[in-house]
Design a protein around this ligand. Structure first.
Ligand code: FES
Ligand code: FES
Length: 163
């Protein structure tokens, strides 16, 4: 067992974890952050996606010890002062889910994409989200939600530019 300090959603959390214990289980079972989902456990579906220093990362394949020192963001960390993030709002507005099992991973993957590229083309959205599976097949709405989030960023920028 290793004693770890993990920076999760802006808070330092102290946990004990086995050397090979996946970050996913530490988040869910030791820190109660159950928004991060277990899908395939093999790095194939993206349900377990979290951000490590802003990069989308499969928490099922990442040992928690490897995440010590990084800024970890889970779905619970996106809202600010009780307000959903633009990507979360856009997913709700577009109804971009059915069972919503994939949604945390999708929202985090989209958040990382828009942070790097605020105005992606549709092809770029599809490519960036390609590693995240939705068994309910809501892909068109997911792409629409990412577009909507990107447009809302655009509107805020325009309003800011107008003063
Ligand atoms: S549960 Fe991690 S990629 Fe599927
Ligand atoms: S909404 Fe069910 S898996 Fe995506």
């Amino acid at each position: 067992m290793a004693e770890l300090k993990l920076n999760v959603n802006g808070r330092v959390r102290q946990v004990q974890a086995a050397q090979d214990e996946p970050l996913l289980w530490v988040l869910r079972n030791k820190l109660g952050l159950t928004g991060t989902k277990y899908g395939c456990g093999e790095g194939q579906c993206g349900a377990c996606t979290v951000l490590l220093d802003g990069r989308p990362t499969r928490s099922c394949l990442t040992p928690a010890v490897a995440a010590a020192g990084a800024k970890i963001t889970t779905i619970e960390g996106l809202e600010q002062n009780g307000r959903l993030s633009p990507v979360q709002e856009a997913f709700l507005e577009e109804g971009a889910f059915q069972c919503a099992y994939c949604t945390s991973g999708m929202v985090l993957a989209a958040t990382a994409l828009l942070a790097e590229k605020p105005h992606p083309s549709e092809d770029e959205i599809v490519e960036a989200m390609n590693g995240n599976m939705c068994r309910c097949g809501t892909y068109p709405r997911i792409v629409a939600a990412v577009r909507r989030a990107s447009l809302s960023v655009e509107k805020k920028e325009a309003a800011h530019a107008r003063g």
